[in-house]
Ligand binder design. Structure first.
Ligand SMILES: *[C@@H]1O[C@H](CO)[C@@H](O)[C@H](O)[C@H]1NC(C)=O
Ligand SMILES: *[C@@H]1O[C@H](CO)[C@@H](O)[C@H](O)[C@H]1NC(C)=O
Ligand SMILES: *[C@@H]1O[C@H](CO)[C@@H](O)[C@H](O)[C@H]1NC(C)=O
Ligand SMILES: *[C@@H]1O[C@H](CO)[C@@H](O)[C@H](O)[C@H]1NC(C)=O
Ligand SMILES: *[C@@H]1O[C@H](CO)[C@@H](O)[C@H](O)[C@H]1NC(C)=O
Ligand SMILES: *[C@@H]1O[C@H](CO)[C@@H](O)[C@H](O)[C@H]1NC(C)=O
Ligand SMILES: *[C@@H]1O[C@H](CO)[C@@H](O)[C@H](O)[C@H]1NC(C)=O
Length: 603
């Protein structure tokens, strides 16, 4: 039998928590955990208090429907007031689901960390004389804000502290239920599966203090170029929450398909989806927003307009200009099929009014994204309500279009989000409330905040996960083929996690404007990604963005974070994701991680 001292010598690493906490100390005492652990939840003023109990047995699963048949969901998770859920207090639902996830992750979806030890090393602790964690105390020090499920950036305090004593007492303290969720997520990352069965941590005692750097930490998922099922989206939300992401930007419609059912406009999805059954019903829409919200992930829905709307043509051709202009489509749009909502059409405004009346009350968020990227002015040469590509003619029409939509969004109690072009290319006058999502450059971020607007970052040279697969367009032999040979795509090469990790959202931003950078998003456009390759396109590279957004791009000494420090931790995060059913790709060979940092280069 091996002594703890020997174990220490052979354990050159601390728990590989991802994203990295603000401060963290650990020891080398082994503690075991099983389903007998008591979990208590005590909140300030007893709001949401759950009595001390065997929480794992009593509260897991929270709601059998969450884990069994998604089709049978009642559509009653939310009250009419978008702040609250039906039935229970949201705080209780949040905590109960988090406890269930903690149990499931530690005891059922864990992994044996052989890859992180030397070849043939006997690294596992002895299975005799086990000391078990007896109790996890969740302490919430303040009542949750009313909008805990639908916060604006900064409304919810996500900080937490975590202690685990050598004699098996765990305490997680936070101001909000979501802070406790983040703490429980970290807690699960202290544990491994033992090959003889059971789960243990070799790291007690543990002390962690943690809080996010940025309030907006997102992934943008495109469900229009390719369709993703509700379960694909839920798997992604779980993986996001596990990385402490808190915003799912749902780019739900685009030129190629309109999968979102709008009951007041039934033909939209019936004709505009790729196939009649490849849609999101109002029930799916509600369920996805709920499933995300109780994990502290707010869904921000985007209906991209006025470009990227060609799929409306399939039900209402009279609303769309330049539909599928061919063969010179690249004069009129960035990718086929071309098309834009007409810019000076009463019928378009009637359509939008009907859509907003139906959709906006069903949005469970504080935000709504109205798109606005890549509008090609030549489209309006073919728009019978305008017939011009003169920006002096188009700009006032675009202003009217945005004002109409943003007024409706605000009337529904939501804050508008737009792509950077609306401000930086079209020079529109946008309300102070509007959040501007940048994607083209770091200069764009600087310009947005210089104009006093709140900004989201996500420079495509760093944070576009779709890049590097090469072209999906086919080129005729001869000139076109030669011009594009060897068929790189617009943002080749692929963005390696190290490049993503090197991206600083505050690069070039004056200190007095940095508060306007709310955070950012990485993006998975789906031209060449469908459910078969989605997980390995996104994971674990998106984890690099998650850590930059949670922990910041600089370490505690103000230096750029080290790839050499991060890499083995990210490899471990990848193993966790795989254990949880996410098909994340490896970032190195086991050889590299089996003995420290053998695949690094100093000069
Ligand atoms: C939701 O809660 C926020 C914060 O308490 C409040 O300002 C807002 O009015 C509420 N919204 C609704 C629709 O009740
Ligand atoms: C917009 O439409 C109105 C009504 O049809 C028309 O009078 C006006 O000239 C149009 N504006 C432009 C810029 O084409
Ligand atoms: C505007 O349209 C004219 C053709 O009517 C074309 O020659 C010109 O290049 C277009 N302008 C831009 C900026 O594309
Ligand atoms: C916006 O302003 C820039 C810089 O003044 C100008 O080049 C551009 O043409 C303007 N765009 C529109 C649509 O008016
Ligand atoms: C740190 O990262 C920034 C980009 O965010 C880069 O410009 C700079 O050169 C890096 N510094 C070092 C010392 O590598
Ligand atoms: C930030 O500081 C710069 C330079 O001192 C100044 O020009 C600018 O107006 C300041 N911006 C804000 C938002 O205070
Ligand atoms: C493991 O790393 C240590 C420290 O760098 C080195 O001394 C040792 O030779 C390595 N072992 C193997 C098997 O590569």
């Amino acid at each position: 039998m091996r002594s703890l001292a020997a174990l220490t010598l052979l354990t050159p690493f601390a728990a590989a928590i991802w994203p990295l906490p603000s401060s963290y100390t650990s020891g080398d005492t082994v503690l075991w955990i099983d389903g007998g652990v008591q979990i208590s939840y005590n909140a300030a003023n007893n709001v949401g208090s759950i009595p001390v109990a065997n929480a794992l047995k009593e509260y897991a699963p929270v709601d059998p429907q969450l884990t069994t048949n998604p089709q049978s969901y009642p559509h009653s998770y939310w009250n009419k007031n978008r702040n609250s859920t039906a039935g229970h207090r949201p705080s209780q639902q949040i905590i109960q689901y988090a406890i269930q996830r903690t149990y499931d992750t530690i005891l059922k979806k864990n992994f044996v960390p052989w890859k992180f030890h030397e070849r043939n090393e006997d690294f596992e602790p002895p299975t005799e004389g086990k000391i078990y964690i007896s109790h996890i105390s969740l302490q919430q020090n303040a009542a949750d804000p009313d909008n805990i499920l639908t916060p604006r950036a900064g409304d919810v305090d996500e900080s937490y502290s975590l202690t685990l004593t050598e004699d098996g007492e765990a305490t997680i303290e936070a101001e909000t239920s979501i802070g406790l969720v983040r703490g429980l997520t970290t807690f699960t990352q202290l544990f491994y599966k033992h090959s003889a069965g059971g789960a243990y941590t070799p790291f007690a005692p543990v002390e962690i203090e943690d809080e996010p750097k940025f309030p907006h930490r997102g992934l943008n998922m495109d469900t229009a170029r390719n369709y993703f099922s509700v379960s694909d989206i839920k798997r992604t939300i779980d993986a996001m929450a596990y990385n402490k992401f808190n915003r799912l930007h749902w780019h739900i419609t685009d030129a190629q398909s309109w999968p979102l059912e709008i009951p007041a406009l039934p033909e939209l999805a019936a004709k505009g989806a790729y196939r009649r059954d490849l849609t999101y019903t109002p029930g799916d829409f509600e369920e996805i927003q709920y499933f995300a919200a109780i994990q502290g992930v707010e869904v921000i829905v985007e209906i991209d307009m006025p470009g990227h709307t060609s799929s409306i043509w399939f039900s209402q051709p009279e609303l769309i200009a330049a539909f599928n202009a061919q063969p010179d489509w690249n004069t009129y749009c960035a990718e086929p099929p071309c098309g834009s909502l007409k810019l000076n059409s009463t019928a378009v405004y009637d359509f939008l009014g009907t859509m907003w009346d139906d959709l906006l009350p069903r949005v469970r968020s504080s935000y709504f994204h109205t798109g606005g990227d890549e509008v090609n002015i030549n489209t309006y040469l073919l728009d019978d309500t305008v017939r011009s590509n003169d920006t002096a003619v188009l700009q006032p029409l675009m202003q009217r279009f945005i004002d109409f939509n943003h007024d409706r969004v605000r009337e529904a109690g939501l804050t508008p989000v737009v792509w950077e072009e609306m401000l930086l290319t079209w020079n529109l006058t946008l309300g102070d409330d509007v959040v501007i999502q940048t994607w083209q450059s770091d200069e764009a971020v600087a310009e947005v905040v210089a104009a006093g607007h709140k900004a989201l970052v996500g420079n495509y040279n760093y944070w576009y996960l779709d890049c590097g697969k090469g072209q999906w367009i086919d080129f005729a032999p001869g000139f076109a083929s030669q011009k594009y040979f060897p068929y790189n795509d617009y943002c080749s090469p692929r963005k390696n996690w190290r490049l993503m990790y090197s991206y600083d959202p505050l690069h070039g931003i004056p200190a007095n404007s940095s508060h306007l950078v709310l955070g950012g998003e990485c993006h998975i456009w789906a031209e060449q990604t469908d459910p078969i390759n989605f997980d390995d396109m996104v994971w674990p590279r998106a984890c690099a963005a998650a850590e930059v957004l949670w922990s910041g791009a600089k370490d505690e000494n103000g230096q750029n974070r080290s790839q050499i420090e991060a890499s083995p931790r990210l490899s471990e995060m990848r193993e966790r994701l795989v254990a949880r059913g996410v098909r994340a790709e490896p970032i190195q060979m086991p050889f590299c991680i089996m003995n420290g940092t053998q695949c690094s280069l100093a000069t």
